[in-house]
Design a protein around this ligand. Structure first.
Ligand code: THU
Length: 133
């Protein structure tokens, strides 16, 4: 199995553990770091709706907690006829730990359907250059 199929498989598996009693919309995310380790996350909702967290945020937190800093690939999977893209806040979260080689793979229950560079999804990201101006 290729590294990308394994990443998709893990995103799909963690999606099954999403806590989504309110939206019923389960999302899974799996990151392959540049050291070829996999970190996963699912969405975790809360009765106080804004306290809920996205799948991507969970996967990024796991990667950072393990001491890593750079995403090579991230797969985001949901069951939707329109392929979902990470929300705006998650694009910014992914951007923080990306470089020009980072790939964002959008998937449904059949597999990965589209692949983008983060700059294609968030072309005008707020980056650290802006802080220095
Ligand atoms: N959600 C994610 O986990 N990732 C996304 O990129 C989009 C949305 C979650 C948040 C909420 O739990 C549910 O999907 C419906 O918005």
């Amino acid at each position: 199995m290729s590294a990308l199929s394994e990443l998709y498989k893990q995103a799909l598996a963690v999606r099954d553990r999403a806590y989504v009693p309110y939206s019923k919309f389960a999302v899974g995310a799996a990151i392959m770091s540049t050291s070829q380790k996999i970190y996963t996350g699912c969405n975790v909702e809360n009765v106080s709706y804004p306290c809920g967290t996205c799948a991507e945020a969970g996967a990024i937190a796991a990667m950072i907690a393990a001491g890593e800093r750079l995403i090579q690939d991230i797969v985001v999977v949901a069951d939707s006829s329109n392929l979902i893209s990470p929300c705006g806040a998650c694009l910014q979260r992914i951007f923080e730990f990306s470089d020009k080689n980072t790939k964002v793979h959008l998937a449904d229950l059949e597999g990965i359907k589209k692949t983008y560079a983060i700059a294609q999804l968030l072309p005008a990201a707020f980056d650290e250059e802006e802080l220095r101006r």
